[in-house]
Design a protein around this ligand. Structure first.
Ligand code: NSS
Length: 432
């Protein structure tokens, strides 16, 4: 049995002069006379390979010459040091076999963003996407790691639901056997029910928003990491989030420096992020915005432009708290000391990225919840189960939702959120 290894394992001094078996895809290829140089890529890295006609024979040489980039193949060859090769080593190929030929691969240099999105199924092979997908993998791994190490149980809510969490305007309606259902905007309310059993819970699941916004940070289907904890107040939740963000960044710095550098991410900036993050009450933020040239009135919600302008001024995330009650959904708990504001928080990422987390303390008093629902014109019948939680042993609790794609977008330093997810869904795109 042949033992195949990965390109990454070849790129070291110990491997020089050793014969190895590799398999992967042709990333680049050129011929000069009786030599073919090609770059082999696999999931781990790239390495230059050189094929001599005299070594492999004329038949094989001709076959290799005929196929195009992205053909898959196996090779057997000897590792050499080669300063001029892209990753410092070269394989002198003794034998190879083409597994799946490729001709006229549609993606070459100078393709538009739209073209690359239409061909996302092929573009995911690119080195940039490969690096982003690995960073994304580490972010998901770290999210699970953080929650599990901190006493949260993983759980799941349904995706088909009957009511809004974040307001009716962004609900996707789906026909449901003669009735109407919606795709969930957030698993929050279900997580709230589950804390009465498990106390601390989290879920990582898609959320859906019929967002009319065409911005750099909106998807219609995105990955949402949500947590909910019994006995927690707003500040307790903020403390966990801060710890979680630092934990995720640490994991990235341990495992993904190579990928971050490949994307030209400013790694130093990430290394400098420490707790505590900034904290600012909404009222203060309005002043801050106006002082820094962003016109904002008390009561205005933060839009992408405002957040971009504001977060430019910070070298770490900012928690904005105490928003006016009118601009937040009904479930947020009014501050008992100042009921015109709610005990909530949004975490804005620095470097112009903006909101990545939304969370806060939930109303746990039955009368307050019913009053807020009435003020917002919501029908209590649609939320009977949510109301029940306040009737049978209610407890203070808090939670949050983290947009995982937004986090990847920021941490990888990407210009648009669509690059942060394998198959982006936006107002204009549901394929491939
Ligand atoms: O609407 S949120 O601000 N809050 C909630 O959904 C709460 N119910 C979460 C909770 O407390 N359990 O959305 C939370 C985060 C937000 O900060 C963004 O990072 C992300 O979800 N989000 C999005 N990401 C990508 N695209 C869109 N359209 C989007 N909307 C929210």
């Amino acid at each position: 049995m042949v033992e195949y290894i990965h390109v990454e394992d070849v790129l070291s001094e110990d491997m020089v002069d050793r014969e190895v078996y590799l398999r992967g895809w042709i990333y680049r290829k050129r011929r000069t006379g009786k030599l073919i140089f090609f770059v082999l890529r696999d999931s781990t890295d790239i390495v230059q390979c050189v094929v001599e006609k005299n070594v492999v024979g004329p038949e094989k040489f001709k076959n290799l010459d005929k196929v195009g980039v992205e053909s898959s193949l196996w090779i057997r060859g000897v590792v050499r040091r080669e300063e001029r090769a892209p990753t410092g080593y070269e394989i002198h190929v003794n034998d190879f076999g083409i597994v799946g030929p490729s001709h006229n691969f549609p993606i070459n240099k100078d393709k538009s963003d739209e073209f690359l999105l239409d061909n996302r199924h092929l573009w995911v092979r690119s080195r940039n996407m490969n690096a982003i997908l690995k960073i994304r993998d580490t972010v998901f791994e770290a999210i699970h790691g953080f929650f599990r190490e901190n006493g949260y149980y993983e759980t799941q809510g349904p995706m088909f639901v009957t009511g809004a969490v974040e307001g009716g305007s962004t609900l996707f309606e789906v026909p449901y056997f003669g009735k109407k259902a919606y795709l969930t905007q957030s698993s929050q309310f279900y997580l709230e029910t589950l804390i009465f059993s498990l106390e601390k819970v989290y879920t990582v699941a898609p959320s859906f928003r019929a967002e009319k916004s065409r911005t750099r940070r909106h998807l219609t289907e995105y990955w949402h990491a949500e947590a909910e904890a019994a006995w927690y107040h707003n500040d307790d939740m903020i403390a966990d989030e801060e710890e979680m963000i630092v934990y995720i960044i640490q994991r990235l710095l341990e495992k993904r420096k190579k990928e971050l550098r490949l994307l030209n991410r400013d790694v130093k900036f990430l290394e400098g992020i420490e707790r505590p993050f900034e904290r600012m009450k909404y009222a203060k933020l309005v002043e801050f915005a106006n002082e820094h040239g962003v016109e904002m009135n008390y009561g205005d919600d933060l839009g992408a432009d405002e957040e971009t302008m504001i977060t430019k001024h910070f070298d770490r995330p900012v928690f904005v708290t105490h928003y006016p009650i009118e601009i937040k959904p009904f479930y947020h708990r009014p501050d008992p000391d100042d009921p015109k504001v709610v005990l909530c928080h949004d975490m804005l990422a620095p470097e112009s990225y903006g909101e990545v987390i939304g969370g806060g303390e939930r109303i746990y008093e039955l009368d307050v919840l019913l009053r807020r629902m009435e003020e917002e014109g919501l029908n209590p019948e649609n939320y009977y189960w949510y109301i029940d939680l306040r009737k049978y042993g209610s407890v203070p609790h808090a939670g949050f939702g983290l947009g995982v794609d937004r986090l990847v977008w920021w941490l990888a330093g990407l210009d648009h959120i669509k690059h942060a997810i394998p198959y982006p869904r936006t107002i204009r795109r549901v394929k491939p």
